[in-house]
Design a protein around this ligand. Structure first.
Ligand code: SAM
Ligand code: SF4
Length: 457
């Protein structure tokens, strides 16, 4: 496979160069066009990435909010990462886990410890985990991941496990598929080859092409629920956002289904990072623009935000199109049981507990969702996209969000959150348009109150 055909740098540079001279009128027309929710092409996305004026940014932000509301309603899916290992043979300059960091307290959890961590996450109210690890053959390979996933499904009430791990061959991806993971997520970090080479000086990860083609192999192994992203701050964000959209489009054309999610990790200070400073800083304003451009260009792709960002910015980004957030996160293996700053991957910025986070989200009028139904009802890949594009996904997601939020309120919430949450649930019930679904949702809420669990459409 000629990967230069997937990511053609001179084409991206030409798009960016040409877009610099876009008139205000043309930008307004592109933003207006996006309101149909059919998405935008690369030329149009490039023009939006060039916006600097606050007036135009505000119009784009308002439109992102409109599209998010139209496609996703006010739901926000909540999850937590579980780090199974910080052992790694790569040397990504920006990461605390890099092999050359001799001061890191290294640890790979055994299966019992993984389940203990998952339980510690579960008692916060989570149902969805993102499993994360370094890349160290023999320690964090696919068998460790498979054993961990299996043990969590068997030993806890966690209902969906997504995985963020190093690229694999097709055989190994098949093992992940067979164990029933949700999304397989991998970030290209930067699509700019020269920057990639500098940032990844040694280890298996230094092979750009092996990483770029990971999602092709995952698809071929039958995993059709995939997540992509770049590590913002390594290279010019305009180039990398455009390249992410191009990669997404390539997958969509080839496999009839694009990535399910795009993540927007921004470089954070890491314990003993080899980077003195952020090579290409991305300001808060830039990050808001990036979220809005993604929302307008690929309206049906979920956007994931982590606790790398501070609470104020996270609250603002939620308005602009983010559809999933992590909460109460730790980035060291064993971190939910014991704090060890000398074992973390990077510093988190939003230290709020899940309950605090849920209260804020609720106050803003968002509906927290712990739903994991789609993947268990086999609504993934092409099936999911068809439903999403016809907006039918709303019919499942909204009542499922209500039901899983109710479970959270019954089992885990503080008194204050319960009060705010119940008021929100009353309002949300009244927003269900279909009479039959509303009646069924009311019935199921009663069944939850009587002690039943895990009811979904
Ligand atoms: N080791 C695997 C890999 O690199 O693909 C998977 C897990 S890695 C721990 C997950 C992601 O963390 C990386 O893809 C990278 O984008 C992100 N990351 C690494 N260092 C970071 C930092 N200092 N700030 C923010 N995110 C970082
Ligand atoms: Fe290892 Fe991943 Fe960190 Fe790179 S980003 S050093 S591969 S854990």
């Amino acid at each position: 496979m000629d990967t230069h055909k997937i990511i053609n740098e001179s084409y991206i540079n030409k798009l960016l160069e040409k877009s610099k001279s876009t008139s205000k009128e043309d930008i307004l027309n592109i933003i207006e066009k996006s309101r149909d929710c059919f998405g935008l092409n690369f030329e149009e996305a490039a023009c939006l990435l060039q916006i600097q004026e606050d007036e135009l940014l505000d119009i784009m932000f308002e439109t992102a909010k409109y599209i998010k509301e139209k496609i996703y309603g006010n739901r926000i899916v909540v999850f937590a990462p579980l780090y199974t290992s910080n052992e790694c043979r790569n040397n990504c300059l920006y990461c605390g886990f890099r092999a050359a960091n001799r001061d890191l307290n290294r640890r790979t959890l055994n299966v019992t410890e993984v389940v203990r961590e998952a339980k510690a996450i579960e008692v916060q109210g989570h149902k969805r985990i993102l499993l994360v690890c370094g890349e160290d053959k023999g320690k964090t390979d696919v068998d460790h991941i498979v054993d961990s996933v299996k043990a969590i499904y068997d030993g806890t009430d966690i209902r969906r496990i997504n995985v963020n791990a190093a690229p694999m061959n097709i055989e190994d991806f098949k093992k992940l598929k067979n164990i029933g993971i949700g999304t397989y997520q991998i970030f290209q970090e930067t699509y700019h080859r020269e920057t990639y080479r500098v940032m990844h000086p040694s280890g298996l990860k230094s092979d750009y092409d092996w990483r770029l083609t990971a999602l092709d192999r995952a698809f071929e192994a039958g995993i059709d629920d995939l997540g992509i992203g770049v590590l913002l701050g390594l290279y010019d964000y305009k180039f990398d956002v455009l390249a992410t959209l191009i990669h997404s489009d390539y997958l969509d054309n080839k496999y009839s289904v694009g990535p399910h999610t795009i993540s927007i990790p921004r470089l954070r200070p890491a314990h003993n990072s080899a980077l003195g400073e952020v090579p290409c800083p991305v300001s808060d304003k830039d990050l808001k623009k990036i979220v809005a451009v993604y929302r307008l260009t690929v309206p049906y792709t979920g956007i994931i935000l982590s606790t790398r960002e501070n609470s104020k910015l996270r609250d603002e980004l939620l308005e602009l199109g983010v559809s999933q957030i992590s909460a109460g996160s730790k980035t060291n293996p064993g971190g939910y049981e014991e704090e060890d700053r000398e074992a973390t991957q990077f510093e988190t910025s939003d230290e709020r507990s899940v309950d605090q986070m849920i209260r804020v989200v609720t106050k803003q009028g968002h509906l927290p969702s712990f739903c994991t139904a789609c993947y268990r009802a086999k609504r993934t890949g092409e099936a999911f996209m068809e439903l999403a594009k016809d907006a039918h996904i709303h019919e499942f997601c909204h009542p499922n969000a209500i039901l899983t939020f109710k479970e959270y309120l019954l089992d885990y919430a503080s008194e204050q959150t319960k009060r705010d949450g119940e008021a929100l649930l009353d309002r949300e019930l009244n927003r269900i348009v279909d009479r039959k679904i509303k009646e069924e949702t009311v019935k199921r809420l009663k069944r939850l109150e009587k002690g039943e669990r895990d009811l979904y459409f």
